[in-house]
Design a protein. Structure first.
Length: 548
């Protein structure tokens, strides 16, 4: 293999089959990248259960060697592929207090991913949710306690890899203590090394002990870790320009580009021998300071093996070739990463296709959880049911007493106007339970007149049920409703005689519902979470969740 082939082999591109995408154009681009450039794999976004396997097979046949086919499946294959099982957030799984459910979720996710052709799953999130204002992690993490997160991370990895796919713990060394989204800009974590080792690194140690096959690095700067792990005869490498953090200006490389973290810490101190994957190199945490060629070279010099989604694939390949020809990057360095990829592919090829019964999960395990694994949706439903958490109930309103079911009820849903269909299950269930009540949507497009009408309606009702949805998403940059909507919520709660809130978001947003008599945390807006939230509200299921 020549130097160009080796450079391309380290690149993982992407393909998107979401609403509005031209799949034929996407496939043509990826076919070119595989056939003509020789890239080592691609990451799938979107898809349909009836056509994704054939699309992956077709693209795989374009390559002369096996490809790594990856996807972000923190919430199951259904997070990307329509028709597959969609799970609640990892935070809801963590709220169950039972790591066996994380193992079950991992196994179902791995089994379904394997059957469509995905062999590398970018999950679980091993971050500790330590910053309440974090705009990008939140409910994507199992919880706030490092030991608890470690237990759930280990279990998820065990289940996923028992199904014969590779797990990826992310985002090393931890994205939980940030107030900025690395999709947009470079965050800085200013915690010292002692704190990081006692908090952020605990779940990653657990994943490594469990034999996780891959770890994804974060586009986040950690001056304390970089300084601690830098060679004694060399100062930490510095990024050109200042990075502004919440406490001042700090010059530091993101972990993805920092040898002190990706090599000295991860491979040296923690002893990880598997595949190091960068987070997407088209994210702002990288592109605000580096071009695609330089970012690719710096990531390899730092210790990465797979370069995920460069902003320009061909520019990244050219940058690696130029660095190799100049002697800045040795060919042995490229060979070492290719060897790790081939070792992982060999492991994948040796795994038997999982059958209808859970491969690494015994019948006794299944019976202990009371879950029928032959129906994967029951695993998702069990996690949601056991994860619903009662944050407060000052007047004993939950579950709703019988007399409340026949009185005048105001139903208000706070959601993103771009996702009007995301509350379908909640709407159907609540309107059937309260036939005289109309569910009203409150969003950023709501006029002042409509907002006043919502408040007037609630003031004349015996009970107001408020459902607040807030999904974490890349490039959004914040969590919670915007100012005007938050103001309407405050007025709505104040005007209500009695109020119960269903929080389809993390408990960090409970402050938006200050004054509500009761708050049930359902963690996210997935179908299982919506159904479980209403069941808990109506007393159809025991409320046993707790924030980890």
């Amino acid at each position: 293999m020549d130097i160009r082939g080796k450079a391309a082999r380290l690149i993982m591109s992407h393909i998107s089959d979401r609403a509005g995408d031209d799949v034929s154009v996407e496939c043509a681009r990826v076919e070119h990248e595989i056939r003509d450039l020789g890239i080592g794999g691609f990451c799938l976004f979107g898809g349909q259960l009836d056509r994704t396997p054939e699309m992956i097979r077709r693209l795989s046949e374009c390559s002369t060697f096996p490809l790594l086919i990856a996807s972000d499946l923190e919430r199951g294959l259904g997070q990307q592929v329509r028709g597959a099982t969609a799970f609640p957030s990892l935070a809801m799984c963590g709220a169950t207090g039972d790591p066996r459910l994380a193992q079950a979720q991992g196994w179902v996710t791995g089994s379904e991913a394997r059957r469509v052709g995905i062999n590398l799953v970018f999950a679980p999130v091993a971050d500790v949710d330590s910053e309440t204002a974090n705009p990008i992690i939140g409910v994507r993490a199992f919880g706030t306690d490092p030991s608890m997160v470690a237990d759930f991370t280990r279990a998820f990895v065990r289940g996923l890899q028992a199904a014969g796919v590779a797990a990826t713990a992310k985002h090393f060394p931890g994205h939980g203590d940030t107030v900025r989204d690395s999709h947009i800009e470079l965050p800085v974590v200013e915690a010292d090394s002692v704190t990081m080792h006692a908090r952020e690194l605990v779940p990653f140690r657990a994943a490594i002990d469990e034999g996780v096959k891959a770890i994804m690095t974060a586009h986040v700067a950690y001056p304390g870790l970089a300084e601690r792990n830098a060679p004694a005869d060399k100062a930490p490498e510095k990024q050109t320009g200042a990075v502004t953090s919440r406490r001042g200006a700090v010059n530091s490389l993101p972990a993805t580009l920092a040898p002190a973290i990706s090599t000295a810490l991860l491979r040296g101190e923690l002893g990880f021998e598997g595949l190091v994957v960068t987070d997407a190199l088209l994210m702002g945490g990288i592109t605000e300071s580096y071009g695609p060629g330089e970012a690719a070279v710096l990531a390899l010099l730092a210790g990465a093996d797979v370069l995920l989604m460069p902003a320009d694939v061909e520019a990244a390949v050219d940058g690696i070739i130029e660095a190799a020809k100049s002697g800045r990057l040795s060919e042995d360095r490229l060979d070492a990463s290719i060897e790790r990829a081939e070792e992982l592919l060999a492991w994948l090829a040796s795994r038997a296709m999982p059958g209808p019964a859970p491969g690494g999960l015994t019948a006794r395990f299944s019976e202990g959880l009371g879950i029928a694994f032959e129906e994967p949706a029951t695993v998702a439903a069990a996690i949601a049911t056991r994860g619903v958490t009662l944050l407060r109930d000052e007047r004993g309103l939950v579950p709703l007493p019988a007399e409340a079911l026949s009185g005048a009820v105001s139903l208000v849903v706070v959601t993103d106007p771009k996702q009007p269909d995301g509350v379908a299950w909640l709407k159907e269930r609540l309107e059937s339970q309260f036939p005289g009540a109309e569910l009203i949507i409150l969003d950023a497009d709501c006029s002042e007149e409509k907002g006043n009408g919502i408040i007037d309606n609630a003031s004349t009702s015996e009970l107001c049920i408020i459902a607040l949805f807030d999904e974490i998403s890349a490039w959004k940059g914040h969590s919670g409703p915007d100012g005007p909507v938050a103001t309407v919520i405050t007025r709505l709660v104040a005007a209500s005689r009695q109020s119960i809130a269903l929080l389809f978001a993390g408990p960090q947003l409970a402050h938006v519902l200050k004054g509500a008599d009761a708050v049930l945390c359902c963690y996210d807006g997935s179908q299982p979470a919506q159904l479980a939230g209403v069941a808990a509200l109506l007393g159809e299921a025991e409320i046993s969740g707790r924030r980890g």
